[in-house]
Design a protein around this ligand. Structure first.
Ligand code: MFK
Ligand code: FAD
Length: 496
C-alpha cells in the first residue's frame, strides 16, 4: 500500500489559542468570563465543525436569478447554507449586540467573537461589519428618528427581527476617490428624497438597509457636496422595485459573499444629517469596518498558522517530523511572531475603540485610536497575505491543491488590503491622523516613554515615533515627497 499522508486537523480555535486566552485572562473581569467563555467555546466548536464539513462537501457560491418563469423581475439571491445560518448564529451569540453593551470591555468581548466566527462564517462577517459601522454612523449623526427605527433591528438578538446594512460608496469612477460619486439624490413632489445611480460594489445586497453616498441635485462637485443617506431595500418579502441587481461579481476570493453591481432608480432615502459632508458623516462607519477588517485579517493568520503547526507534527521529511527540522521550526516561529504582532495591534484598536465609545478614554487615546485604526487595517491586510502565502508553502504541493481547503485562505486574504481603503489610501489617511492629532499623540508617546524606563524593550517604540515625526516634519513643504514616503512611514509606525 502506498504511503498516505494524514490531513491537517484544526485544533479547537478557542481552547488552543493561547494568544487570545492570554489577552482575555489579562483584561476581562473574572465575573464576565463564564458567559463570554460559553459563547467563545460554542463559536470555536462551530468553526471546527465548519472546517470539517467544508472538507466533505462541494464548494457553493450564491446564485442570482433576475427573472422568474413568468417574466417578472425578481432579483432573488440564493445563499449558501452558512449564510442562511448567519442571522440565527449572529443573534444567538450577540455578535453585534455584545459590542454595544454599556461596559468598558464590550468591544473586546465582541471582537473575540468576531475573530472566532469569521472564517466559519464565509465572510458573513462582511455585512456584519458594515451593519456595525452603520450603527456607529447613525449614533454619531444624532438622527433620533433613524436611530430609533434602525438600531433595534441591527442590534436585535432575535433572527426574526434582525436586519443587515450595506455600505454603498464605490462607483465605477471612484472607489478610493469617492468625491467622484455620480449617484444623485432628488426630492419628489411629496418631498421624499430618492436616489438615482449605479453602485459598483455592494457586498450586503441581501441586507434590508444601507447607508449610501449621493450628491443632492445641484449641490456641486467634489467630496464636500456629498450627502449620506439611509435606505431600506425591501417591501415585505420583495425587493423594492427601485433597486435592481445587475450582476454578482465573479471574484478571486470571498466567493460565498454575494457582491453585486446595482442600479438605483428612485429608491426612497433619508439623509442622516446635513445634506453635505457625507464622507465626514460616514467616517465613523469606515473606522469601525476597518477595525473588523484588522481582526478578521488576524483571524485568517491564526487559522493558517494553526493548520501549518498541526501539519508540521504529522508530516515527515528526511527521517523526522517537519517540526523537528530546525529550519522549518524557525519558519513557524517567525510566522508566529508576525501573527502575534498583528494580533496585538488589531486588538489594541478594538480595546481603544471600546474605551473611546464608552467615554472612558483619556483625551490622548482618541487621537491614538484615530491613528492606529488605518495603521492596523493596512498592516494586518498585508501581513495576512504574506502569512497565508508562507503557510501554503508549509504544506508543499498540498498547499496548492484546491480540495485541501488551503488555497482559499490565500485567495480570501487578498481582499483585506483592497476593500475599506487600499494600503496607499490608508497610509495617506494615517498621515492625516498624525497631523490632526500630533499634540495628543505626543502625550501618548510620552506616557509610553515613561513606561520604557521600566520596560526597556519598549524604547524603540518612542524612538521610531520621534524619527517618523521628524521625517514628516522635514517633508512638510514637499507634499509629493511626503505622499511618496507615506507607505514606508505607515508600515514603520505599525510595526513598531
Ligand atoms: C470581514 C472584514 C470586514 C470588512 C468588511 C468590509 C466590506 C467592504 C466594504 C467596502 O469596501 S465599502 C467602501 C469603502 N471605501 C473606502 O474606504 C473609501 C476609501 N477612500 C478613503 O478612505 C479616502 O481617504 C476618503 C474618501 C475618505 C477621502 O476622500 P477625499 O475626497 O479626499 O475627502 P477628505 O476631504 O480627505 O475627507 C472628507 C472628510 O472626512 C474630512 O473631514 P472634514 O470634512 O471635517 O474636513 C476628513 O477629515 C474626514 N475623514 C476622512 N477619512 C476619515 C475622516 N474622519 C475620520 N476618520 C477617517 N478615517
Ligand atoms: P482605485 O481607487 O481605482 O485604486 C487603484 C489603485 O490606486 C490602488 O492601488 C490604490 O491604492 C491606488 N490609489 C488610489 N488613490 C491613490 C492615491 N491618492 N495615492 C496613491 N495611490 C492611490 N465598496 C462599497 O462601497 N461597498 C461594498 O460593499 C464593497 N464591497 C466590496 C467587496 C469586494 C470583494 C471588493 C474587492 C471591493 C468592495 N468594495 C465595496 C469596493 C472597494 O472598497 C474598492 O474597490 C476600494 O475602495 C478601491 O477602490 P477602486 O476599486 O476604485 O480602486
Amino acid at each position: 500500500m502506498d504511503f498516505l499522508q494524514t490531513a491537517p486537523q484544526l485544533v479547537h480555535p478557542y481552547r488552543n489559542d493561547r494568544t487570545l486566552l492570554a489577552l482575555l485572562d489579562r483584561v476581562i473581569p473574572p465575573d464576565h468570563r463564564p458567559a463570554l467563555d460559553a459563547d467563545l467555546d460554542a463559536l470555536g466548536d462551530y468553526a471546527q465543525m465548519a472546517w470539517e464539513r467544508a472538507r466533505r462537501s462541494t464548494p457553493r457560491t450564491p446564485v442570482l436569478t433576475r427573472w422568474d418563469a413568468w417574466g417578472r423581475r425578481v432579483d432573488r439571491i440564493e445563499l449558501t447554507e452558512v449564510w442562511r445560518d448567519g442571522p440565527q448564529l449572529t443573534t444567538r451569540h450577540a455578535i453585534l449586540a455584545a459590542g454595544h453593551e454599556a461596559h468598558e470591555h464590550a468591544r473586546l468581548e465582541q471582537f473575540a467573537r468576531v475573530y472566532l466566527y469569521h472564517l466559519a462564517s464565509e465572510f458573513y462577517t462582511c455585512p456584519l461589519a458594515m451593519t456595525d459601522g452603520a450603527i456607529a454612523a447613525l449614533k454619531a449623526s444624532g438622527n433620533q428618528a433613524l436611530t430609533e427605527r434602525a438600531l433595534p433591528r441591527f442590534l436585535s438578538r432575535d433572527p426574526a427581527t434582525f436586519w443587515l446594512s450595506g455600505q454603498w460608496m464605490t462607483e465605477t469612477a471612484g472607489g478610493s476617490d469617492v468625491g467622484r460619486t455620480g449617484t444623485v439624490a432628488r426630492r419628489d413632489e411629496a418631498g421624499q428624497w430618492r436616489l438615482y445611480g449605479r453602485k459598483w460594489f455592494s457586498s450586503a445586497v441581501v441586507g434590508e438597509a444601507a447607508l449610501a453616498l449621493a450628491r443632492p441635485e445641484g449641490a456641486g462637485d467634489g467630496t464636500q457636496a456629498l450627502g449620506l443617506f439611509y435606505v431600506e431595500t425591501m417591501d415585505g418579502p420583495s425587493r423594492k422595485p427601485q433597486l435592481a441587481i445587475d450582476r454578482l461579481k465573479d471574484k478571486l476570493g470571498t466567493r460565498e459573499l454575494p457582491t453585486a453591481e446595482i442600479h438605483l432608480d428612485g429608491l426612497p432615502a433619508w439623509p442622516l444629517g446635513e445634506l453635505a459632508h457625507g464622507v465626514r458623516q460616514v467616517a465613523p462607519m469606515l473606522n469601525v469596518t476597518r477595525t473588523w477588517n484588522a481582526v478578521c485579517a488576524v483571524a485568517s493568520m491564526a487559522r493558517a498558522l494553526a493548520l501549518a503547526c498541526d501539519y508540521a507534527a504529522r508530516r515527515e521529511a528526511f527521517g523526522r517530523p517537519l517540526i523537528e527540522q530546525p529550519l522549518h521550526a524557525q519558519t513557524l516561529a517567525d510566522m508566529r511572531a508576525e501573527f502575534e504582532g498583528a494580533f496585538a495591534l488589531a486588538f489594541e484598536v478594538a480595546q481603544l475603540l471600546g474605551r473611546v465609545e464608552q467615554g472612558r478614554a483619556a483625551p490622548h487615546e482618541s487621537a491614538l485610536l484615530r491613528l492606529l485604526t488605518p495603521l492596523a487595517k493596512l498592516w494586518t491586510g498585508k501581513a495576512a497575505v504574506a502569512l497565508c502565502s508562507e503557510a501554503l508553502e508549509c504544506f508543499g504541493g498540498a498547499g496548492y491543491i484546491e480540495d485541501t481547503g488551503l488555497p482559499q485562505l490565500l485567495r480570501d486574504a487578498q481582499v483585506y488590503a483592497i476593500w475599506e481603503g487600499t494600503t496607499n489610501v490608508l497610509a495617506l489617511d494615517s498621515l492625516r491622523a498624525l497631523a490632526e492629532g500630533l499634540p495628543s499623540l505626543r502625550t501618548a508617546m510620552d506616557l509610553w516613554m515613561a513606561d520604557c524606563h521600566e520596560h526597556a524593550a519598549l524604547a524603540p517604540v518612542g524612538e521610531a515615533f520621534e524619527a517618523t515625526t521628524r521625517q514628516v516634519a522635514a517633508l512638510a513643504d514637499d507634499r509629493a515627497s511626503l505622499e511618496a514616503a507615506a507607505r514606508g512611514i505607515a508600515i514603520t509606525l505599525a510595526r513598531t
